[in-house]
Structure formats: structure tokens, C-alpha cells
Write a protein that binds this ligand. Structure first.
Ligand code: HEC
Length: 210
């Protein structure tokens, strides 16, 4: 009896050791790491936040705090094709002096603009310039400007402020007054309450008036 018990206990112990060892080995063998970017990439779907104006401060707000000197640095990306001094020569791209506020793809010493850009029409407003510099190709499909675009909203705001400072000097759009408007709304709320409180009094006087 005790012999059999010992044998059984021995097997149980042995099985336990094997199970434990097996577990350790298999965890080493099948050691798996979570893939870094979790989830699947879906082809054709663009990552969020890339040049998206949907989130973050608005263009007007960014322009209000734009840094012209920083914009001049960003312009290094453009200077291979553009001059910006007054009366500067056209290169691969047109001279950009006083372009803000000007008609799109017009003038510039007879620069041969593409039909794609000429078709856009209108003038270079802050918004239009922001769209153009986000992605020239999506602004004017078929444009001759082979430049991918500036994905950072701050870079665009800075360079637009710089462009504007070169001969255009359009007044900057008013920055969003979002927090102020909120405060105003909150301040208006008690007034609403007051109006509600006044309502019963009005009703109360109604029968008397009749
Ligand atoms: C590889 C050369 C190249 C680079 C780099 C480039 N551009 Fe251009 N740009 C062009 C060409 C070419 C055109 C004319 C586009 C057309 O006609 O379709 C153009 C047109 C423009 C226009 C329109 C001007 C008008 O009078 O309507 C603006 C504004 C402009 N570029 C700004 C920029 C800025 C700002 C940068 C840098 C962030 C930049 N470009 C970088 C080649 C370039």
C-alpha cells in the first residue's frame, strides 16, 4: 500500500516537474512580443493628424502667434525654386514677393503657370495659402510645383506670416476667441435663469390683467 502510494506520489511529482519544465521551455520557444503598432494598417487610409486642420488650433490662432523669423527658416525649403525679394527673378517657380493677397497664378513677370493652378482662381488668402502649402497637389491637381507640402501647421503659419511680411502685409485674421466666447456663454446662463425666474411672475400677473 505505502509502496504503491510512494510510486503514485513519485509519478505525480515527476509529472509536475515535466509540466513545469515544459511550461518554461515552451514560453521560451514561443516567446511572443506584442507588435509595436497594434492593429492593422489599412491601405489607402491616411494617418490621422497629417496636415489635418480638424484638430489643434485654427489657422487664425496659429497666425496670431506666428514667428516670421521661423518662417524665413522654413523658406529654405522653397528657395531652390523661388526668390522672394522685390523684383527677384523667376526660377523654377515664380518670384514670390507680395504674393499674399494677389491673384492666384497671375502676373509674376509672365511666369508660365500650369493650367491646373490657373484654374483655381481667386486670390491668395491665408486659408488658400494654407491649403496650397499643406499639399500643392491636392490644391491644384497637376501643378508644376513638385513639392510634397508642409505637414506641420505651425510651419505653415510661420511661413505664411513670412510671405505676408514680404511686400503684402495683409491684416492677420482675428484669432479665435473660443475661450472668451465660452465665458460669455457662461455669463449669459445666469441671465437665462433670471428670465426663467421672471416667467412665473409674468404668468401670475396675467389673470389680473384680464
Ligand atoms: C521644386 C521647386 C519648388 C519648390 C521647392 C517650391 N515651389 Fe512653389 N512653385 C513652384 C512652381 C513650378 C510653381 C508654379 C506652379 C504651377 O504653375 O502649377 C510654384 C508656385 C508657387 C506659388 C504660387 C504663386 C502665384 O503667384 O500664384 C506659391 C505661393 C509658392 N509656389 C510657394 C512656395 C513655397 C512657400 C514653397 C516652400 C514651402 C515652395 N513654393 C516650394 C516650384 C517650387
Amino acid at each position: 500500500m505505502s509502496d504503491r502510494f510512494n510510486t503514485a506520489a513519485g509519478w505525480a511529482l515527476f509529472a509536475g516537474i515535466i509540466a513545469l519544465g515544459g511550461g518554461i521551455i515552451s514560453s521560451k520557444m514561443f516567446h511572443s512580443e506584442r507588435p509595436e503598432p497594434m492593429g492593422y494598417e489599412i491601405a489607402g487610409v491616411e494617418a490621422e493628424g497629417d496636415g489635418g486642420a480638424a484638430s489643434g488650433p485654427s489657422l487664425a490662432t496659429l497666425l496670431a502667434s506666428a514667428d516670421v523669423a521661423a518662417g524665413e527658416k522654413v523658406f529654405a525649403k522653397c528657395s531652390a525654386c523661388h526668390t522672394i525679394n522685390q523684383g527677384g527673378a523667376n526660377g523654377i517657380g515664380p518670384n514670390l514677393y507680395a504674393t499674399m493677397g494677389e491673384e492666384i497664378a497671375v502676373g509674376k513677370g509672365g511666369f508660365a503657370f500650369s493650367d491646373a493652378l490657373k484654374k483655381v482662381g481667386g486670390t491668395w488668402t491665408f486659408e488658400q495659402m494654407d491649403h496650397w502649402l499643406t499639399s500643392p497637389r491636392s490644391f491644384a491637381n497637376g501643378t508644376k510645383m513638385s513639392f510634397a507640402g508642409l505637414s506641420k501647421p505651425e510651419d505653415r503659419a510661420n511661413i505664411i506670416a513670412y510671405l505676408n511680411a514680404q511686400g503684402s502685409n495683409l491684416p492677420l485674421p482675428a484669432a479665435d476667441a473660443a475661450p472668451a466666447a465660452d465665458e460669455a456663454a457662461n455669463a449669459a446662463a445666469p441671465a437665462d435663469e433670471a428670465a426663467n425666474a421672471a416667467a412665473p411672475a409674468e404668468n401670475a400677473t396675467e389673470p389680473a390683467a384680464k
